[in-house]
Design a protein around this ligand. Structure first.
Ligand code: F6R
Length: 597
């Protein structure tokens, strides 16, 4: 998730663009850059905070410019990969948010035509494609160039040949135009320009816009002008940063259909079934998984997934334990959203010291873990600001499903038709998560029923066991309600002693080989007078005879269903915490990244 902004008007573009970039920093940044036009195109880039860039950009009195904060997805974090990117002649500059799936092929074609590339990014191909299509009309050149792109993009383009106009285009990445008086803005998010105007026009997928100082025009892909209503945004800057949600955590929960789509983008194909995470994995029979907290629960889920789909036996260890007691052989795969958790970094170093091959599943390219590990798989969830992990957990679980499918196909453990079925169910996943998100009010009602309980249990079998642990962790960390997750079969071995009519049990029920046993477990709990809330498949008819309250999730294969199930538990934790008035985005005593061992 990058942040982009463009400005054209009467003010100093340098200052407006830099100020806009600072307002977009919450979208994540590892480097930033700016392009300004003043009798030619000027380009500045720096690694790190916007402040570093600000110190480097001289006072140029320009009235048109574009800027970018980068959250890397292709190519390392360095100056040459920072945006804006330019064409061969340095006359066209572009900033981009998204992923171009076919950039390798396009780059090869453009190189054959003589284009010279200076970065490792997918974005640079767009600059050269526009150059290739440019014959004096920048909008037409962008229109023709984007027809060749596969993937997601919000782009903003300027050229010194037409110094009064900014071109924007979008597909599956946000882009919004800010309408001012004798000035206009374009950005990935409203906070970038909200100080100057609250009048906006939202761009839709497949549209191109031409933004001048006094005029804004929007076109479809064939160049036909489309009309767009102007909207007034009533948000404060702080509300706008949260996309109108009261907390980052809720915003991030609702971002999951999109983040899951990004995790899969360009990595799966259905017709001739393939899954490719792009790190050239070969046959693997055994893996040691290391992680902390929520990422540890994702690793536990990963064990169920890898063992069943790909026949890989997995040993899951807490990073803090692995370091002193772990099995230091074979391949070690670390899971860490931040890539900076001290215990996980120590575990990775320890594994390397003993000659293990190391892989990391992380959300942050360029993080310490990516520098230690031999191979990196990015979850592509975009930056997560709320302390409680949400979208990073579900994209980690999805990454494990992709990994298992890739290896299962390679090892011929999966037939083509099985692989195809899995891939088809993954394609339904973003929609299934959306369906669950639409149950917000129903889950809020449940939260009202549970908010005064002192202790809440979560149970599940198979992959639903780590999901139950994660549900309990979410609830305890943000609402401070005591919560425990258990493998459903384990209650009778001790925890039953804690059950009373004041201890609600949230039972995650799948329509698989565990179904009957789960119903039995629920019966045992009911016999001890504890209320049972079932999280159950939409097609589960029997559950109504057992549970006191049911939240349904869309029917999907069990591993895939674990993701919408998790979203239900995230929303439940969120609403309980909100009703209790907790500081949801920054729970007491917790930090987003735990950099001490
Ligand atoms: C809980 C949470 C933590 C992290 C843990 C590991 O919501 O976020 O439990 O999962 O601190 O962090 P990463 O994944 O960055 O290594």
């Amino acid at each position: 998730m990058c942040g982009i902004i463009g400005y054209v008007g009467y003010r100093n573009a340098r200052d407006i663009v830099l100020e806009g970039l600072k307002k977009l920093e919450y979208r994540g940044y590892d480097s930033a850059g700016i392009a300004l036009i003043k009798n030619g195109l000027f380009l500045f880039k720096e690694v790190g905070e916007i402040k570093n860039l600000e110190n480097e950009v001289p006072e140029i009195s320009s009235n048109i410019g574009i800027g970018h904060t980068r959250w890397a997805t292709h190519g390392g974090v360095n100056k040459k990969n920072a945006h804006p990117h330019v064409d061969c002649k340095g006359k066209i500059a572009i900033v981009h948010n998204g992923i171009i799936e076919n950039f390798k092929k396009l780059r090869e074609e453009l190189e054959i035509k003589g284009h010279k590339f200076t970065s490792d990014t997918d974005t640079e191909v767009i600059a050269h494609l526009i150059e290739e299509n440019y014959d004096g009309d920048i909008r037409k050149a962008v229109q023709n160039a984007i027809k060749k792109l596969k993937g997601s993009y919000a782009i903003v383009v300027i050229t010194e040949n037409e110094p009064a106009v900014i071109i924007g285009a979008r597909k599956e990445s946000p882009l919004v135009i800010g309408i001012g008086e004798n000035e206009n803005f374009i950005a990935s998010d409203i906070p970038a320009f909200l100080k100057y105007t609250n009048k906006v026009k939202y761009m839709e997928d497949g549209e191109i816009c031409e933004v001048g100082r006094n005029e804004v025009k929007i076109f479809d892909l064939d160049g036909n002008e489309v009309s767009r209503e102007e909207k007034i945004v009533e948000w404060s800057i702080e509300e706008a940063e949260k996309g109108g949600f009261p907390h980052y955590m809720l915003k991030e929960i609702y971002e999951q259909p999109k983040s899951l789509m990004e995790t899969m983008r360009g990595r799966i194909g259905e017709i001739e079934p393939f899954v490719d995470l792009g790190i050239g994995l070969e046959d693997i029979d055994e893996l040691t998984l290391v992680a902390c907290g929520t990422s540890y629960y994702a690793a536990m889920a990963g064990k169920y997934i890898l063992e069943e789909i790909a026949g890989i036996s997995c040993n899951v260890e807490l990073s803090s334990e692995y370091r002193y007691f772990g099995k230091r052989k074979g391949i070690v795969l670390a899971v860490t959203q931040s890539g900076e958790t001290a215990d996980t970094l120590a575990a990775l170093r320890e594994a390397k010291r003993h000659g293990c091959e190391t892989i990391v599943i992380t959300n942050v390219i360029g993080s310490s873990a990516t520098r230690i590990a031999d191979k990196t798989i990015l979850t592509r969830a975009g930056p997560e600001i709320g302390v409680a992990a949400t979208k990073t957990f579900t994209t980690q679980v999805l990454t494990f499903i992709l990994l298992a499918l890739e290896l299962g196909i390679k090892k011929e453990r999966l037939s083509h038709s099985q692989a195809r079925e899995y891939i088809a169910s993954l394609k339904k996943l973003p929609m299934a998560v959306k369906e669950v998100l639409d149950k917000g009010e129903e889950i809020e009602k449940l939260a009202k029923m549970l908010q005064d309980n002192e202790s809440i249990f979560f149970i599940g079998r198979g992959i639903n066991y780590p999901v139950a642990l994660e549900g309990a962790l979410k609830l305890k960390e943000i609402s401070y309600v005591h919560a425990e997750g258990f493998a459903a079969g384990e209650l009778k071995h001790g925890p039953f002693a804690l059950l009373t009519s004041d201890t609600p049990v949230i039972a995650i029920v799948s329509q698989d080989k565990t179904h009957e046993k789960m119903l039995g477990n629920i019966g045992e709990i009911k016999a001890r007078n504890s209320p049972v809330i079932a999280v159950a498949d939409e097609n589960d008819k029997e559950i109504a005879k057992f549970a006191d309250y049911i939240v349904r999730y869309p029917s999907l294969p069990p591993f895939v269903a674990s993701i919408p199930i998790t979203v239900i538990l995230q929303l439940l934790a969120y609403h309980v915490a909100r009703l209790k008035g907790r500081p949801i985005d920054k729970p007491r005593n917790l930090a987003k990244s735990v950099t001490v061992e």
